[in-house]
Design a protein around this ligand. Structure first.
Ligand code: AMP
Length: 118
């Protein structure tokens, strides 16, 4: 069981943004942007590689709802999912990072040397 399952079950508290029967959105404990929300399905899915199109359809609509609720639909935001160990995934329960609230830096990726990643 991951820490996110404990959050879903209410065993660990979270700073909740939005919830329905299938999905939960809450503030990341270590924010990387002025607004940094984690969006997760309540069913246990390890990561993006494992998720079904049906779950993704619901997750997409829920993510759009969260972005609108927080006003991020107006100026934009970044959506990231880390997949597996090479992708930097630490919690093995599918989650999307919704980042916004400022013009986000992209320079470390836009002009980087691919060799620096290995
Ligand atoms: P990842 O590296 O993509 O697996 O991201 C995991 C994220 O979970 C990190 O950004 C952490 O800061 C965040 N995190 C870990 N534990 C908690 C928690 N109890 N409440 C909120 N966010 C958490």
């Amino acid at each position: 069981m991951t820490i996110f399952t404990k959050i879903i079950n209410g065993e660990i508290p979270c700073n909740k943004v939005l919830e329905n029967d299938d999905f939960l959105a809450f503030h990341d404990i270590n924010p990387k942007a002025p607004i940094h929300i984690l969006i997760i399905p309540k069913i246990e899915v390890e990561n993006f590689q494992q998720v079904t199109p049906e779950t993704m359809a619901g997750l997409t609509a829920f993510t759009q709802e969260v972005a609108t609720l927080l006003g991020l639909d107006k100026n934009g935001y970044r959506l990231i999912t880390n997949n597996g160990s090479d992708g930097g995934q630490e919690v093995m329960h599918l989650h999307f990072h919704l980042l916004g609230g400022a013009k986000l830096n992209w320079s470390h990726l836009s002009d980087s040397d691919s060799k620096k990643f290995i």
